[in-house]
Write a protein of this length. Structure first.
Length: 295
């Protein structure tokens, strides 16, 4: 199921922003894009997301930046002043001025032109960011994502129920047509035997056994009963509690429905029933595709 969620916060002078984007997938796949130094938070993010999302390909993007509330502190403090080097420059310049009696003052303008006064800070500002801050934005982003997926789920549920109704309608037609083909085949068999036998008397018991054999071979009552049961179970799962993941079970029922409809088609021996079965299989294919979007 598709969805989007985002959240941000500021902690220890660092701004954290998290975005979650999900697209359809039969299984849960998490793809992380995280800046260097934040890898230690991946496991916590994975646990938070997987606790509420069971299906889908989810892109997890974490962004970090300086806190605007603190006037550019935080990551902007990635450098520190090398005080020992500065002192050496100042002492050296003053000695130079005194030894050769040079005019001018040793001021910031002069010292600032010296090289390598600022060096990278040895302390990573991310180390001061508490894990709870990461969990907070993860919870907020997942909540948004799930809410969006629920809205899409409502639309999917309506589409699935419409397809279930179409399948039930087709099954009702098949059930009504099934006895007629047995009657037609019985009449055809009797006419053929009379034409072939001519004046020869035909054993009525033998004819009855042949008719019973055909009726048993073409009987689809068990398949119809099972198909109705699967459709009812499918309907109950679609109406299940929002907190209950049903996607995989819907997929299994879709496979069972296809198996029963295929059997009905193989036993049909009737052009009209065959056409209805083809339409039902088309609905089942659409049902299968939609099932992959359901968590």
């Amino acid at each position: 199921m598709t969805g989007f969620g985002s959240a941000s916060t500021t902690a220890a002078g660092v701004t954290l922003g998290l975005e979650l984007r999900s697209v359809n997938s039969r299984h849960l796949k998490l793809h992380f894009r995280m800046p260097p130094g934040t890898e230690r938070w991946e496991e916590s993010l994975r646990e938070t997301i997987s606790a509420q999302v069971r299906r889908g390909h989810v892109d997890v993007a974490l962004r970090i930046g300086p806190s605007t509330a603190e006037g550019g502190s935080g990551l902007a403090q990635g450098f520190r002043l090398d005080e020992a080097r500065v002192q050496s420059y100042v002492d050296g310049l003053r000695e130079l001025k005194e030894r050769w009696d040079l005019p001018g003052e040793v001021d910031i303008g002069l010292v600032g032109r010296c090289e390598r006064l600022l060096v990278e800070a040895t302390t990573d500002p991310l180390e001061a960011v508490p894990l709870e801050a990461v969990k907070t934005i993860a919870d907020a982003a997942v909540t948004q994502l799930v809410e969006m997926r629920l809205r899409e789920g409502e639309r999917l549920a309506l589409d699935l129920m419409n397809r279930v109704e179409a399948l039930e309608s087709g099954l009702t037609e098949v059930e009504a047509l099934a006895p007629q083909r047995i009657e037609r085949e019985t009449d055809r068999l009797r006419r053929s035997i009379r034409e072939l036998a001519g004046d020869i008397e035909v054993d009525p018991d033998r004819l009855a056994r042949e008719i019973a054999f055909i009726a048993d071979k073409w009987d689809i009552s068990e398949e119809v009963v099972r198909t109705r049961a699967h459709l009812e179970a499918f309907r109950e799962l679609v109406d299940a509690s929002e907190a209950e993941p049903v996607g995989k079970r819907l997929g299994f029922l879709g496979q069972e429905l296809l198996r029963e409809v295929n059997t009905i088609g193989s036993k049909a021996n009737d052009a009209t029933i065959g056409r209805i079965v083809v339409e039902m299989k088309n609905e089942l294919e659409s049902l299968r595709e939609q099932n992959e979007n359901v968590e």
